[in-house]
Each structure stands twice: as C-alpha cells, then as structure tokens.
Design a protein around this ligand. Structure first.
Ligand SMILES: Nc1ncnc2c1ncn2[C@@H]1O[C@H](COP(=O)(O)OP(=O)(O)O)[C@@H](O)[C@H]1O
Ligand SMILES: [Mg+2]
Length: 592
C-alpha cells in the first residue's frame, strides 16, 4: 500500500528536489487505518527505485514561482521540497547510508509511522529501552542500550535544558529494566556536585549507597554525615597523597615518596613514630650544620603531637644567624649535644605520637622528613614548604569528608557521592580521588576481556573537566585533566565507561570530548559551544545542528556511534520522586 505524494524533478549531488502533488500538504494522513505523516520539514519520505525504497529526509520546502492554471480556473503554485537521502529499505529492512540515488520521475511516497520507527529502532527482539518519543513523529523509540552503555556518553545543554532529567531517565530506565541482570556485574558511581541524586533517584534504595559529604563544621545536635572511607594503604600512596595535596612538582613528589617509604619501613614497629620524632629533634639541634628553618618545623611538630610544654619551650628558642646555631637564654646548642640533653631533651622525652589519626600522622611525618632532608641538604625549603602548608590547611576539610583505615567503601550497585556541601578546594580534588579509587579498584579485578563494567557518571562535569580555571596552578590543572583523559582513553579496554553532563561543553578538555561516542544534545545557544559541537561530533547533520539553539526543555538531538542517524528525542520527564533535585527556588512559594 502506498500513498504517492509527488515525484523527483531534479537531482543535484545529494540534493533531491521533488514536486509535491498539491493535496498532500496535511500534517497527518490516515489511509486504510494506517497513520502517515504529511510532507514537511524533517519528515521522512521514500522514493521508489525498483524494488528498493530510498529514504529521504525533507530539508526544505518552497513554492515555485511558475503558476499553473487548472481546468477549474483557479491558480495554483507548484509546491517543491528539497530532500536528502539517508538510507534505503530493501528486503532485509532499513540500511543507513547513501548507496542508491533516485532519478527524475521516480515517485515519492509517504512512509507508515511504524516503518519510520524501524529506521531508528532496529534492535529486533533485544530492545525495549525507551526514554522518550521522537519529537515530530511522537513515536516511542527504542534506544540501542547495548551499544549505548558500552560507550562514553555526553549530555550537553544550557542550564535548565533538561540534562539532569535525561541523565537520570537513562539510568532509571536501565535499572528498572535490567536490575537483576546487572547486579554483581556492573557498578555505577555518580559524582554529584549539586546533591541532585541523594534521594530516591535512579535505583531502589537497597541497591544505592549515598555519601553526602560535607566540609562544613557540623552544627550542634546535627547528625554526623557519612564520610568516604579510604583504606590505609590507599591513603599512604604516592598517587593519592599527590592528588589530595596537589603535589605536582618534581621535588614534591619524591619528598612525599620518602614520607611514605619511611612509614612503610617502620609500620610494623609500634612506638617507632615517637622514637623517630625524638631523634629528629636531637638532629635538628645538634646537626653539624643546623638549619634555621627547622625551628618552625619543630614547632609545628609540637603542635601536632599536642605537647604544650614543648610548644612553650620552643617559643624561647631562637636562631643566631652569625653563629649559625640555635640559642635559648644562656644555652647555645652545639653538635656535642650537652646543651640539648640538659635543656630540651627532658621535654622532648614526654612526646607521644602514638595516637594520631592518619591526617595528623601525615603532618607529623612530613615535618620530620623535611627536618631530616634540610639537615642533610637534600631539598630546598622553599620547594617543599608550599606542600606542607597545603597539607596543613586542607586537613580540617579532608578530615570531615574522609576516613582512613576504618574500612573500604560499601560495595553497592549505585554509589552517589554528593559534594554539594563541600568547599571549592575540596570539590577540585575529591572527584579525582574517587575516580581514581573506582578506576583502580575495577582495573585490578577485571578480567580480559572485561567480565564486569564500571560506569562513572559525572553531572555538572565542567566542575572537574574544565580547561578554564584560574583558581588553580597550571601544573595541577594539567595533572587533573590527564588523569581523566587516561580514564576515558584507556577505560574502554577495562570496561570503564564515563557519562558526563555539562552546560559548557566548550570548556571541557577537547581530548575528553573527542573520546565521547554518543551524545544527547539539549538546547545550546553559546557560539563557542555550538562551534565545538560542529567540530567534534562527526555524526551530526546540519539540519539537526541547526535545531539545537531552539530546542525546548527535555528535547535533545541524539547522535553518535550507537545510532545510525541523528534523531530528535523528547525525553520523558521522570515522576516527581525520581526527578533530580533541582536547585531552583520556587519564589512564588517562598514569597507567597
Ligand atoms: N523531559 C522533560 N520534559 C519536561 N520538562 C523537563 C524535562 N526535563 C527537564 N524539564 C524541566 O526543566 C527543569 C530543569 O531540568 P534539569 O534536568 O534539571 O536541567 P539541567 O540539568 O539541564 O539544568 C526541570 O526542573 C523540569 O521542570
Ligand atoms: Mg543539571
């Protein structure tokens, strides 16, 4: 059954011009109980060429100036449309790509809605994965979920365009449909900068673990919030400490490594840290060439081990720059150690470093290491001191969001880590820590070929994947991006897939955007973003591209390697309880 609507009158390159029979400019037609879409822009029609049907998308429509005077005396204009072939139907169904071109006088016919759906939805029996309907045709279409979740996904669009809803819908539908199949084989980690997913979103409560981290001081009577547990060996690791304290320079990393090595060597020996502390005090005072800078470090040590007497004692110690030695009242501290033994050692003997938590231990060890390195002339104070300052200044925040040595993170299907209540500095380092943690843990246990997958989902990803940032040092920014670039480049081999949502795709590192395979592009108006989209998404056609600035809420262009053709999808809005918690204030309610 066919409804003829016109015929081919010109073919130029891949542009086809059709003359449309004039009665067919209705939006919807019914014919023998079947629904057809009329001929208008972005609709599909087919051109018959032997036993094949060439499927074309309508890209333009205009009236020809040549008038036709009909027998009834009325004047009519010739309606023409321009179309572009996108594929063809043969006996096996739809195939994408231009292989056959129509010729003049070939008849154009309308395509039944269900056949249009089959163009976009050709999974056969496996698929029933719906997150919305095609915008124009209003046909519910199955997404090729196997190919989709086996890839890196990008969701872009201005604020309020519906990115979070789309992201949540994708995974909500996935868990609704495949929960049993997925359990135990895959793991989903969502880095949630705005705390939008800490409620009933995505997956049932018994499969979801939420870490709502906060760097704020807990208020009186407030429930302590969950902290993210790191195991001791993960904390005392060069990578971890380097990223937590942004140790990127050539001198700071070896320094941290000495700290870690020193700990590892004496780990088994209780009391060794106390003994080590005492020894370093003696070294600092009685060195062949004492160093002025060690005095401040010793004061810091005294503070860290909370030894008030020692703090007070050190207040009276001064550096004598002519003599190059320490002095306190009448005591001059020489290499022989007699002054030290008499004036300082008795107080130092009261030091107890046995009950420090990991963070204080780190401060203590770093100070002692620097004392030792300075005396031995290994390092320049100025190279290491900024690192020490960062360690000391970020301790308060980190202690509120991390625990060390109190177990590992709970293993659940979905882990949501909310950083809504974290300060900016912590927001810059924590995502990297979590990404590394889950990436490394996964990589260590995965088989070849991968027998399980890990999906890292980052909403508001510009927070961490942005190239523009003037609040941090260049070297740290490079390091941060390199880590994510590695995950996105190498991850596939290990079954690690990333989903990023962002309002500013142009700010995200191009290396990362170019590795994304599938895109859900919501409304974007900024020229730079559109330029990036043009240049990086090879599967996007110019018609779909031109629609992006005008898309309505929840509507997006879907394109990428999982899809043969770009399509315009109106994503369904999630039910209230499952919607991401938007940050918007309802002023009407607030002021009403
Ligand atoms: N698919 C949709 N259909 C209808 N409205 C939507 C849809 N997606 C989002 N919205 C509306 O837009 C608002 C913003 O959506 P959200 O997903 O938070 O956007 P974004 O993450 O891009 O800032 C939502 O509160 C909702 O009211
Ligand atoms: Mg959002």
């Amino acid at each position: 059954m066919t409804i003829r609507v016109g015929e081919v009158i010109a073919v130029q390159g891949i542009r086809i011009t059709l003359r449309i029979d004039d009665e067919s400019n209705q939006e919807t037609l019914f014919y023998k109980g079947e629904k057809f879409k009329g001929v208008s822009i972005r609709e599909y029609l087919s051109i018959q060429r032997g036993f094949r049907e060439i499927v074309c998308i309508v890209e333009g429509e205009y009236l020809d100036e040549s008038r036709v005077e009909a027998t009834d005396g009325k004047v009519r204009y010739v309606r023409k449309v321009e179309a572009r072939p996108i594929g063809f139907f043969d006996v096996d169904g739809f195939k994408q790509g231009i292989k056959y071109m129509p010729m003049i006088h070939d008849p154009a016919i309308l395509i039944q809605e269900e056949r249009i759906a089959s163009i976009f939805d050709r999974q056969g029996t496996g698929g029933d994965f719906r997150i919305g309907t095609m915008l124009k045709e209003e046909i519910a279409v199955n997404l090729p979920w196997k190919r989709l979740f086996n890839s890196h996904i990008g969701i872009f669009g201005n604020t309020g365009s519906g990115k979070s809803n789309t992201l949540a819908k994708l995974y909500t539908v996935l868990f609704e449909q495949k929960l049993d199949a997925i359990q135990g084989k895959s793991r989903f980690v969502l880095l949630d900068f705005n705390g939008e997913y800490t409620g009933q979103q995505l997956a049932p409560a018994n499969t979801k673990m939420v870490y709502a981290l906060s760097t704020r001081a807990p208020k009186e009577g407030e429930q302590p919030v969950a902290r993210f547990p790191l195991e001791a060996n993960e904390f005392w690791d060069l990578e971890t400490l380097s990223l937590l304290f942004q140790a990127t320079t050539n001198t700071q990393r070896p320094f941290l490594n000495r700290v870690i090595e020193g700990r590892r060597r004496y780990e088994a020996n209780p009391g060794s840290l106390t003994a080590y502390t005492k020894k370093k005090f003696r070294d600092a005072f009685c060195a062949g060439q004492p160093k002025a800078a060690t005095l401040d470090l010793m004061r810091s040590v005294a503070r860290t081990v909370q030894n008030k007497a020692l703090e007070d004692l050190l207040k009276g110690v001064n550096w004598h720059s002519q003599q190059n030695k320490f002095v306190s009242g009448n005591w001059w501290f020489d290499q022989d150690g007699t002054s030290y033994d008499a004036a300082i050692a008795p107080t130092v003997e009261t030091v107890d470093a046995g009950n420090l938590d990991a963070f204080d231990q780190l401060v203590l060890r770093a100070n002692l290491q620097l004392i030792s390195d300075l005396i031995n002339g290994y390092v320049q104070f100025d190279h290491i001191q900024p690192l020490l300052k960062r360690v000391e200044s970020s301790l308060v925040s980190l202690r509120r969001v991390l625990t060390v040595g109190l177990g590992a993170p709970i293993d659940s299907l979905v882990t949501v880590i909310s950083m809504r209540r974290c300060n900016n500095e912590t927001k810059k380092v924590l995502p990297l820590l979590f990404a590394k943690h889950y990436y490394n843990t996964h990589r260590e246990t995965v088989g070849t070929p991968p027998d399980k997958t890990m999906h890292l989902i980052i909403d508001e990803a510009h927070n961490i994947l942005s190239q523009q940032s003037n609040r941090e040092s260049e070297s740290w920014k490079d390091y941060r991006l390199e880590q994510f670039e590695e995950i996105i480049k190498e991850g596939r081999k290990f079954g690690v897939f990333i989903t990023v949502a962002s309002q500013r795709p142009a700010d995200i590192s191009p290396t990362i955007v170019s590795q994304i395979h599938n895109f859900f592009i919501h409304r974007l108006v900024n020229e730079r973003d559109l330029f990036l989209i043009d240049n990086t998404i090879t599967t996007l056609d110019s018609l779909s591209r031109s629609l992006i600035p005008g898309l309505s809420q929840g509507c997006c262009v879907v394109t990428g390697t999982a899809f043969d053709l770009p399509m315009l999808l109106q994503v369904e809005r999630l039910q209230k309880a499952k919607q991401p918690d938007s940050e918007d204030v309802d002023l009407e309610k607030l002021w009403g």
